[in-house]
Design a binder for this molecule. Structure first.
Ligand code: ARG
Length: 467
């Protein structure tokens, strides 16, 4: 056990409950490959500093490779009394090479700079996988947008009908946040690409080792400027957890819409059988479980972030054992996203939209009232007055609707209704009282006019192609 790492000043080994509390191999074992890569680089830097002769270096490298193969094959695993992945792998090396050779690698490094480095290596690699899977969701949204170039739907604010929009415009509104999440991962990587190896326990190394060499060996762009910062900080892990939580939140917003759209009341989408579930008791059920799990897992990802921040808050410099708690939140975030993102991509890619129903509902609920007001502005009426006139039109519709016992929409107003509300309301106003007219008129940059949304689709495709 740990007598291997610090036996010198201790008369007894750890109590069983102490060892059980201390142990991390059940979650840090996934860092074994990175630990061994760090050991190779560390052996080389000891050799360059004149602290290992050529034969010992070669023996160490061969031993590390053999151990790596055994780890990959599952032939070497953590023993019951190994505290963490670092101590287990050192044990493995000493078992293979003897203490005289295997025991030389600990010079000039500490588990404190090791763990800080390995966590960055792990997260940088998985950030690439996560980004690729986020882009798959973006791809699915873009393809659905491209497949429905002219389809209109009710655009909503406060979940109430607001103005008609294109379905493609709405789908792309979910694509851009996810593209920004991918950008966030890229920006983050520039900060994560700095290696703490060589910081030692906190104060740096006295052995003439070159941290920049180790950093380059391990795929980093630089080594840390400050060994205390290198071993004590975890903002890189917290920032990763934030981006993961943001991705979760963005997926949950898509999911909430899918859940609503799949209800009997909306009936905007039908879910593919492969991406939905049934009920064990109600034969008719087809449930949006992918979307609900996405919504639920967003909570879990937020918990990973807040748990990590709570661990970091108030920690004095430099390394404290609290920092062992940094790993499970970010590992959980990676695991969660790696299982969630492919399912959301599949869900989105296979949605079938009832575009007739969406188009029928698009102008309802007086969603063209703004178009009346803006038509009046184009006739020279001040917007304040135009807003009041359009509001009076809505009120007239509601009065007539109540009297006639059926819904009366803006386009049902007669010439007399219009003239009675305002002399500015000539029958020409009917030109804007259609979904097509409303959509086409919103042709400012970023607007929902089909011509603008086609440009937006090209821009989203360009952004996808850049990654
Ligand atoms: N297992 C520890 C961690 O995950 C790393 C080693 C530092 N431990 C120590 N007692 N100094 O943070």
């Amino acid at each position: 056990g740990e007598s291997g790492l610090w036996g010198g000043r201790f008369a007894s080994g750890p109590a069983a409950a102490m060892a059980a509390l201390s142990k991390s191999t059940h979650f840090d074992w996934r860092l074994a490959r990175y630990d061994l890569a760090g050991s190779r680089a560390h052996a080389r830097v000891l050799h360059r500093a004149g602290l290992l002769d050529e034969d010992t270096l070669q023996a160490l490298l061969a031993g590390i490779d053999a151990l790596d193969a055994d780890v990959a094959a599952g032939a070497f695993t953590a023993a019951a009394d190994d505290e963490d992945v670092h101590s287990a792998l050192e044990r493995g090396l000493v078992e293979r090479l003897g203490a005289d050779v295997g025991g030389r690698l600990r010079a000039g490094r500490s588990r404190n700079d090791q763990i800080a480095t390995l966590l960055r290596m792990y997260l940088r690699e998985h950030a690439r996988t996560v980004a690729g899977s986020v882009l798959d969701v973006v791809q699915a949204l873009v393809e659905q947008a491209a497949a429905h170039p002219g389809a209109a739907m009710p655009g909503r604010t406060h979940l109430q009908h607001a103005q008609p929009v294109l379905l493609a415009h709405s789908l792309l509104a979910h694509a851009w946040p996810l593209l920004r999440d991918v950008q966030r991962l890229r920006d983050w990587d520039a900060r994560a690409a700095v290696s703490p190896y060589g910081s030692g326990a906190l104060a740096g190394s006295s052995l003439g080792l070159d941290p920049a060499f180790v950093a380059a060996e391990l795929g980093f762009t630089a080594s840390v400027e400050n060994s205390i910062d290198g071993t004590a900080s975890r903002d890189v892990a917290a920032e990763f957890a934030f981006v993961a939580a943001m991705i979760g939140v963005d997926l949950s917003r898509i999911s909430e819409e899918v859940i609503l759209w799949a209800t009997k009341e909306f009936s905007f989408v039908v879910l593919h059988d492969s991406w939905s579930t049934g009920s064990s008791i109600m034969p008719q059920k087809k449930n949006p479980d992918v979307a609900e799990l996405a919504r639920g897992k967003a909570g879990r990802l937020i918990g990973d972030l807040t748990g990590l921040l709570a661990t970091l808050k108030g920690l004095p410099l430099a390394y404290n054992r609290d920092l062992q708690e940094d790993k499970e939140p970010v590992f959980d975030a990676v695991d969660t996203l790696e299982v969630l993102l492919p399912a959301v991509a599949g869900l989105v890619a296979t949605l079938t939209f009832d575009t007739d129903r969406m188009a029928e509902l698009a102008p309802q609920g007086f969603a063209l009232a703004t178009d009346i007001a803006e038509w009046l502005v184009r006739q020279g009426v001040p917007f304040r007055d135009a807003h009041a006139v359009a509001g009076a039109c809505v009120r007239r519709c509601e009065e007539r609707g109540a009297a006639e016992g059926r819904p009366v929409e803006l386009w049902d107003l007669t010439d007399d209704d219009l003239a009675g509300i305002s002399p500015h309301l000539t029958p020409d106003v009917r030109g804007v009282l259609s979904t097509e007219g409303s959509l086409a008129s919103r042709d400012g940059v970023g607007g929902t006019a089909p011509v603008r949304v086609a440009e937006q689709l090209d821009a989203a495709r360009d952004a996808l192609a850049e990654h």
